[in-house]
Ligand binder design. Sequence first.
Ligand SMILES: [Zn+2]
Length: 350
Amino acid sequence: MAVTGTGAPPDWQAVPLPWQTALWQRAGAWLQSGRLPHALLLTGVAGSGKQLFASAFAALALCRQPADGQACGQCPSCRQFAAGVHPDYHFVTIPEDKTAILVDQIRALGATLALTSLHGGRKIAVLSPADAMNSNAANSLLKTLEEPAPGTLLLLVSAQAAHLAATVRSRCQKLAMTTPSVPDALAWLNGVESRSDWPALLGIAGGGPLLALQLAPLRLVRERLDLYRMLAELRSNTRNPLQSAAELAREPLPLVLRLLQTWVMDLVCMATSGQAAPAALINADARSQLQSALPGLHLRALHAYLGRLNRAVMLAATPVNGQLLLEDLLLQWADGLQCLNAAPLAAAGG
Ligand SMILES: [Zn+2]
């Protein structure tokens, strides 16, 4: 199914997306020539469609009668794949109630992959996000990577490959997905659904069009100007930081932190360039709030605060008390980042 402007997210049959064509052809050539590595590490920014690409490539590698470098969509294998019941396809991700991919999941996968394929063809596993494997899980995967059963293909998907164990990384063939240029990404997004706020959403997403698509319907994103108003009121002491932190703690923590990051990144941009052109700002529609927030904030303190936000983002991937984290950040913000003014620049990015 192609993307048809219905506002629906694309499915695996829409792959390759426009910016994935070269990578798709490269992987497809390996498949055709029989030189397919047994493990691929698919990297790229969040929302560039890596997981979709991995699914589509798995469907192609399992398809019995591929045509023009695509899965046929008709054969028994394709029909099972589309129905989510292909016996030789396995998808491993973080369990809903956990924050990591666990060793038991990898052991079970290893045992399954060691068995003979039910269709007499390949056995394929997609691990996403692969960097979420804890160290025991990564160690367990090494055995499968070192002695793969014939016909095994492991597709590791990661937006943060640096967080993946080096021993795992070094045993995979790397496939780096290009981030589409902003005009290309906006053209694609407008083809899915015409919206005027795609530039802001794409900026908040960090350049990944599929992530921008996921963010668009979220309440906190639609009403982010309210969040920025909250930040302005905290600075003018007309709002209580602890109460605000309690309110924000009810929202998804990574999203709250990302919005705070883009707010501070815009302030840094304005503080650096004086009158930043609207196009340079992620939250160009919040320009007046940004302008009124800027007086009294030092560039050094803003950099240090951005460093703290980056650390908070990493903490948010662990079991952490989100409300305490937000209280700390909002108290610093309400205080005009006074405690960060003395911080040496060297510590700003840490
Ligand atoms: Zn097929």
